[in-house]
Structure formats: C-alpha cells, structure tokens
Design a protein around this ligand. Structure first.
Ligand code: NAP
Length: 266
C-alpha cells in the first residue's frame, strides 16, 4: 500500500496527540508536518509527551502547504480554525479529514461546494468512534417507531461547542425517520431558562459538561409503558483513531465531501 503523507493540525491537543500516536504505529501513514499556533519551526519530537516523530511545526498554513508535499490534512483544532484550515487545504489540493466539531450549516455547505468545484475528497465526521456511528444508526432505526425522544450528551468541560456535533448529527438522522412532534406538555413552562434543553424539531437535546468525562451519549425513546435507551461511551480518545485512519485512507480515493463516518463504512 502506498504511503499517505499527513499533516496534523492541533498536534498538542487531546485528539491531535492521539492522532500522532496512531500515525506512529501505522506503516502506510507518514507525518510530514504539523500546524499549530505556537512552536514555529520546532520538531514534534522536541515537545514533551509527544511521539518521537521528526515533523516540523508550522504556524502559517499557507507557508506549510507551499513548503510541504502532503496528501491529507487531519484537523483536530477549534471550530474557527478548523473551518479555515479545511477551506485552505481544499484550495491547495490537500484532502482534509476533519474531526473538529462546531461548523455551521452554512460553512458545511460552502466546504461541500468548494470540494465539488475542486474535485477534492474531504471527510468531516463529528464522531470517529465506530460504536458511536452504530449508536446513531440504531437511533435512526428506532425513530421510525418512537416519535418521543430526548438526547443526552456528556463531554469533558473543555469542550467549546454545545450541543456536540454527534448530538446534532443524531438529531438530523432521527429527523429523517421520526413523525414530526413537539414533545412535552403544550403548556410546559421553563421556570429556569434552558431547563428543557435545546429544541431540535420538537425533540430535546441536553448537554452535560464535567471533568472526567470523555464523550458519551444516550438517546432515550419513550412510549406508553416502555423506554428504549441507546447508549455509547468513549472512555479513551483511542476509540476515535480507527475511524480517523480509515477516513485518511478513504479521503485519497474521493473527489467530493463526505459528512459522517457511516458514509464511508461498507
Ligand atoms: P484540545 O485538547 O483543546 O485540542 C485542540 C488543539 O488545537 C490545542 O492544542 C490548541 O492549542 C490547538 N489549536 C488552537 N488553535 C489552533 C490553530 N490556529 N492552529 C493549530 N492548532 C490550534 O481539544 P480536543 O479535545 O483535542 O478536540 C479537538 C477538536 O476535536 C474539537 O473540535 C472536538 O470537539 C473534536 N473532537 C472530535 C471527535 C471526533 O470523533 N470527531 C472526538 C473528540 C473531539 P492551545 O491549547 O494552545 O490553544
């Protein structure tokens, strides 16, 4: 299998550092550079607790893409920079694999159009854990039979966006099957604003942020005399790396934007 040359944006982050460890262990992936907003010109191996990989850190994306011959950009940063990185990578013909969450619908549409125009493969997945993808698919299936549903997502307290990209994606999949319904009592009143969570097409999404959590979600369906709970837990960020690796290998074969890991699984 041909070696795929990869740039990682956000290499010191919780996800980015895990991606470096995955690349280190993967024969057909080569780390050729990293993008950060600090440590210009420093090699990854000089930073504490990062793998012993000799890849230069760039703080200017344009300089990085002009200097380095790369096939794929893995972006694990923040919504603001993730969007800019993805857009710039498409313009340079480098295929983005994006785990960063929090893009708006307009941004996703713009990136979809740009990828199509440039015929560049892009994979954006709000959750790279295989179990989470199945949890979303099972929820979509259950929504055919249960119109009442609440999503409870739980993450560590450093997360910037709420609700999580996974919760939004789950709600969108449920929406495709669910009979439209405004849930709860018609005269329901929040005595503390936000008590009932976010309203997505009449269903509610609740976001919990606590130290100690990684990424967890429960989708609870209700009907007369029964509840069905579909639950997924990522206890460690390694859980996302099988999906990231798969996405990198698939991105080089694509010429459009694919949103959601389920769309590249067989
Ligand atoms: P994190 O630990 O805060 O890592 C983000 C990293 O990006 C930090 O090292 C940060 O540096 C760096 N950064 C900030 N601005 C940057 C820039 N302009 N250029 C390059 N790097 C920059 O966060 P995380 O938990 O790893 O999560 C990263 C993203 O992945 C988030 O959007 C999160 O929601 C998402 N995520 C996705 C999945 C999935 O399966 N798709 C799973 C988990 C998380 P500083 O710390 O110095 O600011």
């Amino acid at each position: 299998m041909e070696t795929i040359k990869v740039i990682v944006a956000g290499p010191r982050g919780k996800m980015g550092s895990e991606a470096l460890r995955m690349i280190e262990k993967t024969d057909n992936l080569e780390l050729v550079a990293c993008l950060d907003h600090k440590y210009e010109g420093v090699s990854i191996r000089e930073l504490d607790e990062l793998p012993n990989l000799d890849a230069r850190i760039y703080t200017d994306i344009e300089v990085c893409f002009q200097d380095v011959d790369a096939d794929v950009l893995i972006d694990l940063t923040t919504p603001e920079f993730g969007y800019l990185h993805t857009k710039t990578a498409i313009q340079y013909g480098i295929r983005p694999v994006v785990g960063t969450t929090g893009f708006t619908d307009d941004q996703l549409q713009e990136l979809t159009d740009l990828a199509e125009e440039k015929e560049i493969g892009v994979i954006i997945a709000p959750n790279f854990a295989l179990g989470a993808v199945l949890m979303m698919q099972f929820s979509k299936w259950a929504a055919k039979y249960f119109a009442d549903v609440e999503i409870i997502e739980k993450h560590h307290d450093n997360k910037l966006d709420a609700p999580s990209g996974t919760a939004i994606k789950t709600a969108q999949l449920i929406q495709e099957e669910r009979q439209v319904k405004q849930q709860g009592h018609p005269n329901e009143k929040e005595t503390i604003p936000g008590a009932r969570g976010a309203d997505f097409d009449g269903m509610r999404i609740h976001s919990m942020r606590l130290p100690g959590l990684v990424a967890h979600q429960e989708v609870v369906f209700g009907s007369v005399g029964e509840n069905l709970t579909i639950k997924h837990d990522s206890f460690h960020r390694q859980s996302f790396m099988t999906g990231v690796k798969l996405a990198v290998e698939q991105a080089v074969k694509l010429d459009t934007l694919v949103y959601g890991l389920e769309n590249i699984l067989e």
